[in-house]
Design a protein around this ligand. Structure first.
Ligand SMILES: *[C@@H]1O[C@H](CO)[C@@H](O)[C@H](O)[C@H]1NC(C)=O
Ligand SMILES: *[C@@H]1O[C@H](CO)[C@@H](O)[C@H](O)[C@H]1NC(C)=O
Ligand SMILES: *[C@@H]1O[C@H](CO)[C@@H](O)[C@H](O)[C@H]1NC(C)=O
Ligand SMILES: *[C@@H]1O[C@H](CO)[C@@H](O)[C@H](O)[C@H]1NC(C)=O
Length: 364
């Protein structure tokens, strides 16, 4: 009933939208007609926001029978916000485009324009964890952005203060990578160095919505929502697709794996040495190009979020001559969608339980 009413209202709004679709915002402000549609949509909120990096990750959800499209969308600031339902949940889907800046802009727009109760981010990722396999779907507890760097001058080391460290701008607490450790093909002599020296990982400057504007805080490991994370435990054991086609299947049946950590950077990682370093240093499983960005926005806006990332390749750690994503990208994208849908169903179940606990309905 509720869902029907919702679809009806959105169909009306769709009509309005079709009539006014020619209007685009200018000078940074939303066109008044777009604002009207946003207001109309928000009357039916709140929504669960599904933030999706690329088309090949969004398409399997658009095609999934679990997603009921309301055939309504709002275009704003170069993004398309698509409305529908998954089970009892009203959802807005939005594609960010590749990498950290796109993911941050799009997530901030979603949270700024719409009434959003929580964010589910999903997609594919590289796998840095040797105990996991391609096709597995990871749900990390923490995310960090690992490409805010302080690149130390040659000749200095861990005992030297970084530039602007005394201002509180940079820190040596997170750690560093030493390029000389990755020198190859040394002939003659056991001592070597590298003028690229050291790169120190830095926490992000953040400005939480409940903080003082312009008064920075810092964040490196950002936790996902603890309630969402505990709900995700119910997804362990979910059956996932193991076959690319009728003849080619993964050797290990893929599984849902709740893991400690994932990292993101605007870097496509296809390098065994860095993969091994980042696993050893940070104990990360998925490595991708958007999740930490979504995490940092939701963290600052105090909106619950979780990230679901299916492993499509070994981030450079495989024995093959080319990156495995070429082969497994669609299987991984499909598996991420399977887990997202199951998560949203479990979220509805757990909210229904909170709204009317079983012992209350027994008493009635
Ligand atoms: C560099 O390699 C040495 C020797 O293996 C190791 O002890 C050290 O932790 C490495 N340092 C970094 C920053 O990777
Ligand atoms: C390093 O040595 C390996 C094995 O001998 C060789 O295949 C490779 O081309 C060399 N790399 C460089 C940069 O010289
Ligand atoms: C199945 O996929 C594999 C890997 O991409 C490919 O080599 C093979 O030709 C495909 N088989 C069929 C029947 O399409
Ligand atoms: C992924 O799902 C789509 C339908 O959404 C299907 O057409 C495609 O065959 C699936 N691909 C794999 C590799 O499972």
């Amino acid at each position: 009933m509720e869902a029907l009413r919702f679809i009806f209202r959105l169909s009306f709004a769709l009509l309005v939208m079709v009539l006014h679709n020619k209007h685009h915002q200018a000078n940074g402000a939303l066109h008044s007609h777009t604002q009207l549609l946003v207001d109309e949509a928000n009357n039916d909120g709140p929504y669960l926001g599904l933030v999706i990096p690329n088309l090949f990750e969004m398409n399997p959800l658009l095609q999934s029978p679990s997603f009921v499209s309301s055939n309504f969308y709002i275009d704003a600031y170069g993004r398309r916000f698509r409305f529908g339902t998954i089970g009892d949940k009203k959802v807005i889907l939005v594609m960010t485009g590749l990498s950290m800046i796109n993911a941050a802009i799009t997530t901030q727009l979603l949270l700024g324009l719409f009434s959003i109760e929580g964010v589910v981010h999903y997609g594919i990722a590289g796998n840095a964890n040797p105990s996991l396999n391609i096709g597995d779907v990871t749900i990390p507890k923490y995310w960090a952005h690992t490409a805010l760097w302080n690149w130390q001058r040659y000749g200095q080391g861990p005992e030297n203060e970084l530039a602007l460290e005394s201002n509180g701008d940079y820190t040596r607490t997170v750690g560093y990578i030493k390029f000389a450790n990755y020198t190859t093909n040394i002939t003659g002599g056991s001592s070597f160095d590298n003028s690229l020296n050291n790169v120190w990982y830095q926490p992000e400057e953040v400005f939480p919505i409940d903080g003082t504007p312009e008064d920075r805080e810092h964040a490196f490991w950002v936790p996902v929502d603890s309630n969402y994370f505990s709900i995700s435990k119910k997804l362990e054991g979910l059956k996932l697709e193991a076959c690319l086609n009728a003849t080619t299947c993964l050797s290990d049946a893929p599984k849902v794996a709740r893991v400690e950590r994932g990292t993101s950077a605007s870097i496509y990682l296809d390098n065994a040495a860095y993969r091994s370093f980042i696993y050893g240093k940070f104990n990360v499983s998925p490595v991708d190009m958007e999740s930490a960005s979504v995490a940092l926005i939701c963290y600052q806006q105090k909106v619950p979020f979780i990230t679901i990332r299916a492993l499509s390749d070994l981030a450079g750690g495989g024995s093959a001559h080319s990156n495995e994503a070429d082969t497994f990208i669609n299987l991984a994208a499909n598996n991420s969608v399977t887990v997202v849908v199951a998560f949203i169903e479990q979220l509805s179940v757990s909210e229904a339980l909170v709204a009317s606990p079983p012992y209350i309905s027994k008493m009635a």
